[in-house]
Design a binder for this molecule. Structure first.
Ligand code: TYD
Length: 215
């Protein structure tokens, strides 16, 4: 099959635990492929070999507390590796990227959830800029859901984040909504309690509009 020549689009899915990001990221990936786009599916943390090692430090709970600054820096280290090895080269080759979580998760979880943003706003932005190395998403899709509903949907063993208290997850949700409010042109906010097919269609409408603008 001949691929069409294209300018790539970089789309990120964000949201609280159990919001349905992974499902929607996969659905969009498939849809773009069916529409003859060259596209790569990826996620954070842990999309590279080194990143996968970092991921286990971040998600597994053991006897030693992880300092919030270490946590922040590890997510950014994972991101630097991800951008250098996967996202940057793929965008250069003209591939679209659909990515399950990116920088906005760091601002929501570490910035708002852990409370780092109120003290270190400038520093966080600078370090994130360093890790992104000039790469910026074109669109953030926020699947917005109450943490109560999201956590209820989660089955199986819980990660260090899923085990956090409800108040933490409420701060994270607020962090996402705040980022969306500050940059509405880059954010599509979707009520994630709707059926997956309806959500998928809403996302597809928006992505099509954006694709028409860049090609
Ligand atoms: P994961 O198992 O990949 O689940 P999901 O992304 O589907 O929720 O877990 C990643 C966890 O890491 C998730 O709880 C959110 C958290 N996280 C941060 O705290 N900061 C970040 O910058 C990123 C990318 C993720």
């Amino acid at each position: 099959m001949a691929w069409v020549k294209q300018k790539p689009i970089f789309i990120v899915f964000e949201g609280v635990e159990g919001a349905g990001k992974t499902t929607q990221t996969r659905l969009l990936y498939e849809k773009l492929k069916r529409n003859k786009r060259m596209v790569i599916y990826t996620d954070e943390p842990g999309a590279t070999l080194k990143g996968f090692q970092i991921r286990s430090i971040l998600l597994e709970k053991d006897d030693e507390e992880l300092d919030p600054i270490s946590e922040f820096l590890l997510f950014e280290a994972d991101r630097a590796q991800h951008v250098t090895q996967v996202i940057g080269p793929s965008l250069k080759k003209g591939f679209d990227i659909v990515c399950d979580r990116f920088s906005a998760s760091t601002f929501a979880y570490q910035g708002y959830g852990r409370g780092l943003l109120s003290k270190f706003s400038m520093l966080m932005k600078k370090v994130d800029e360093l890790a992104r190395n000039g790469v910026k998403p074109d669109l953030y899709v926020l699947l917005d859901l109450s943490p109560e509903k999201g956590l209820n949907r989660i089955k199986g063993p819980q990660t260090r984040f899923e085990k956090e208290k409800l108040i933490f997850h409420h701060k994270v949700r607020k962090g996402f909504l705040e980022q969306a409010r500050q940059n509405p042109k880059k954010w599509l906010v979707i009520n994630a309690s709707k059926p997956p097919e309806v959500i998928q269609e809403e996302i597809w409408q928006e992505v099509q509009k954006r694709l028409q603008k860049i090609t």
